[in-house]
Design a protein. Structure first.
Length: 509
């Protein structure tokens, strides 16, 4: 049989189909590439306009108690140039503004859409020609409306991306929000307060005060000096804005160094606040114990609740150990569970969560070890150590300031156990003593050598308040008499040795 040569109709159809498929794919790729190019160009040009707007706003006065007719604002400057669009009376673009506003998702326009009549009065229309003439911006083909009061830049026509038209310069579909207007007010420093202390969490208040007329719009934070990701406090648990106080409240649940930046409703930013949160296991009050603290005037005060923010704070920049008093008048200091890492150059500690070996900063604890004081006699969340060295009077043990301290042999101290009414009280060990000293080393505190033979370094009952150099924390909240000319008796001290002693109280195991 003779074989036919040539291309059949079926072959032609297959070839045509392949060509159409390839053409469709190419067209789709080209369209997608073109849309991305247009989007990137739009973002780039909007960023350039935003940078110029930021600069303009930084050159003119802060927009607090804004008056559009006030001398010195940018509208006055525009009017001086004969730029008629500086107010809504002569502005022919109000309908156009309203059209754009209706095209923007309402959920993303709340921050500027609440009072549209007032806001529109603050917008100015800029064509590519006026952008070049007035703002010295060349090669930009956008028509935009600009609000120099809020810093908003909005495109008249926008650009499509993922099936949606983008008008604003920091729409979420673009990814990260672009540079926000950097108007800075260095005259007002925000205030940070700890209003509730729950140990492993703290309720924080940051306020601008009532003298600032602008509301706080957001408080941003970095979780460390090396963190490049700025986060919003409004995403934290317990976030709440109190308009009457012009303050925000939120809860911090992770230890670490935080940097806070307050921004008000006019996009004005204020000096940043740096704060080191060292969250730890909260003190556990035993039967017959009451929490106490000392006010700035030196008055000893009982806590109003176990969440009292005045009671304690183990942060490095506000270190105040928790203090308590038992019914017999003895003073005690709380030492929470922690991990440590020691080198010849430094000592570092990180507080642990509950009875675990997990640090409260949620970071890797490579090279850290749990202190033996919290695990030798079973896992504990912390312990109470006597604030002062002991003194025996009339068959009672005193850990009170201003008492004369006498030397005891270790054998005699052990016999004191028969006098202890509280079975949880016992002579401290070397590990427990070293745990307190290690906390001082981590804070880079040198405790003075107290040669005075009185608890707290003074024969006066209140003398310890002025002798904070003998305290483990260099303030009235620490443990006294740790570094002395006499031996500190512990469980490990030999029977024939003499010295001074103190006790510890354990929480439940």
């Amino acid at each position: 049989m003779r074989k036919e040569n040539g291309i059949t109709l079926i072959n032609i159809c297959i070839i045509v189909a392949i060509i159409l498929i390839v053409a469709t794919i190419c067209a789709f790729i080209f369209k997608d590439s073109k849309e991305k190019t247009e989007l990137n160009k739009f973002i780039s040009q909007m960023e350039l306009i935003q940078e110029k707007v930021n600069w303009v706003r930084s050159q003119y006065k802060i927009w607090e108690n804004y008056n559009p007719n006030e001398t010195g604002n940018f509208y006055t400057y525009l009017q001086s140039l004969g730029y008629s669009n500086a107010n809504n009376i002569s502005n022919p673009y109000i309908k156009e503004f309203n059209r754009i506003i209706k095209n923007i998702d309402e959920s993303k326009a709340d921050d500027w859409n609440s009072n549209i009549d007032t806001i529109i009065a603050n917008y100015c229309y800029f064509s590519p020609e006026s952008l070049k003439e007035i703002l010295n911006l060349e090669n930009i083909n956008l028509h935009v409306i600009i609000n120099f009061y809020t810093g908003n830049v909005i495109s008249k026509t926008g650009v499509k991306d993922t099936g949606k038209t983008i008008y604003r310069q920091y729409d979420s579909t673009m990814g990260s929000r672009l540079v926000i207007p950097q108007i800075y007010n260095s005259d007002v420093v925000p205030k940070l307060e700890i209003v509730e202390n729950h140990g492993l969490s703290q309720k924080v208040k940051i306020s601008l005060g009532q003298k600032i007329k602008s509301d706080i719009m957001e408080v941003y934070y970095y979780s460390s000096k090396t963190d490049e990701t700025k986060k919003m406090c409004s995403k934290l648990n317990g976030y709440n804005y109190n308009k009457e106080e012009n303050a925000v409240y939120f809860i911090v649940e992770t230890s670490g160094e935080y940097i806070f930046i307050v921004e008000d409703s006019n996009f004005v930013q204020y000096p940043q606040i740096e704060y080191q949160f060292n969250l730890c296991n909260e003190p556990v009050l035993l039967d017959g114990m009451m929490g106490i603290y000392w006010e700035k005037n030196g008055n000893e005060t009982r806590i109003v609740s176990e969440y009292d923010s005045n009671w304690y704070n183990y942060s490095k920049n506000d270190f105040r150990m928790a203090n308590a008093k038992t019914e017999d008048g003895n003073y005690w200091v709380w030492v929470p569970r922690f991990l440590f890492k020691e080198t010849t150059e430094s000592t570092d500690i990180e507080f642990a969560t509950r009875k675990t070996n997990i640090a409260t900063n949620n970071k890797s604890m490579s090279g850290y070890t749990i202190n033996k004081a919290f695990s030798e006699d079973g896992e504990i969340s912390g312990f109470w150590i006597a604030k002062f060295q002991g003194n025996v009077e009339e068959n009672s043990i005193n850990f009170k300031p201003g008492k004369t301290l006498t030397l005891y042999s270790n054998y005699r101290v052990r016999n004191l156990n028969t006098m202890l009414k509280n079975k949880k009280m016992q002579l401290m060990s070397d590990d427990e003593l070293n745990a307190v000293l290690m906390m001082s080393k981590a804070l880079e505190i040198d405790i003075s050598n107290n040669l005075v033979h009185y608890a707290g370094g003074s024969p006066e009952e209140d003398g310890f308040k002025n002798n904070v150099q003998y305290s483990s924390s260099n303030n009235v909240f620490g443990v006294y008499d740790l570094i002395t000319s006499e031996n500190e008796i512990t469980k490990e001290t030999r029977n024939n040795e003499e010295g001074r002693f103190r006790m510890i109280l354990f929480t439940e195991k």
